[in-house]
Design a protein around this ligand. Structure first.
Ligand SMILES: Nc1ncnc2c1ncn2[C@@H]1O[C@H](COP(=O)(O)OP(=O)(O)OP(=O)(O)O)[C@@H](O)[C@H]1O
Ligand SMILES: O=C(O)C1=C[C@@H](O)[C@@H](O)[C@H](O)C1
Ligand SMILES: [Mg+2]
Length: 172
């Protein structure tokens, strides 16, 4: 949470002239409710079920940039779909930066607690190995402007996948 998936994903999609989709937004649109409401009424598992259905569907689309929710890696099925159907970029961020970036809005139910730092630490320990198990690239986003993060992503993807010709069209 607060690593910048939605922010960086949108910028990357503009740079590559691709459609941008944010699975959190799709889940909200489809359910007609916001994420805190879904967590409240259906519990985290209810939200995760909606997330798994959305990820299965969205990862079958071609030529898109997909920003996921932060907990997407919790389920093996999601990890497999992401890994098998796309290039997965893990945006790695310090807890300190996550705290700073998530303090402004209250749309993250898991952080509505007296000690968000402890929650972020616990989630990091649980999720970091899962992200590592399904990603193609790891990009640090602390203390870097979002546009610099996008340029770093493009550089590293190009190095790793020189066969991806659509990257040639972007300005980097
Ligand atoms: N590289 C960055 N430098 C500074 N601020 C950033 C950076 N990336 C994102 N932000 C800011 O941090 C906040 C959270 O970013 P964002 O919503 O993109 O995170 P997220 O990874 O999508 O979180 P979630 O997992 O909750 O969906 C936003 O206010 C955004 O403007
Ligand atoms: O890290 C998480 O578990 C979450 C992150 C958000 O993107 C949302 O998907 C939701 O708030 C849960
Ligand atoms: Mg997001």
């Amino acid at each position: 949470m607060g690593a910048g998936k939605s922010t960086i994903g949108r910028l990357l999609s503009q740079e590559l002239d691709r459609e941008f989709i944010d699975s959190d937004k799709v889940i909200e649109e489809r359910s007609g409710a916001n994420i805190p409401w879904i967590f409240d009424v259906e519990g985290e598992e209810g939200f995760r079920d909606r997330e798994t259905a959305a990820i299965d569907e969205l990862t079958q689309l071609n030529d898109i940039i997909l920003a996921t929710g932060g907990g997407v890696v919790l389920r093996e099925e999601n990890r497999q779909h992401l890994k098998n159907r796309g290039i997965v970029i893990y945006l790695l961020t310090s807890i300190e930066q996550q705290l700073e970036r998530t303090s402004k809005d209250r749309n993250r139910p898991l952080l509505q607690t007296a000690d968000p730092e402890a929650v972020l630490k616990r989630l990091f320990n649980q999720r970091d190995p899962l992200y590592r198990s399904c990603c193609d690239l790891i990009i640090r986003t602390d203390k870097r402007h979002p546009r610099a993060v996008v340029q770093e992503i493009l550089k590293q993807i190009k190095q790793k996948h020189p066969d991806l010709h659509f990257l040639d069209a972007s300005h980097f």
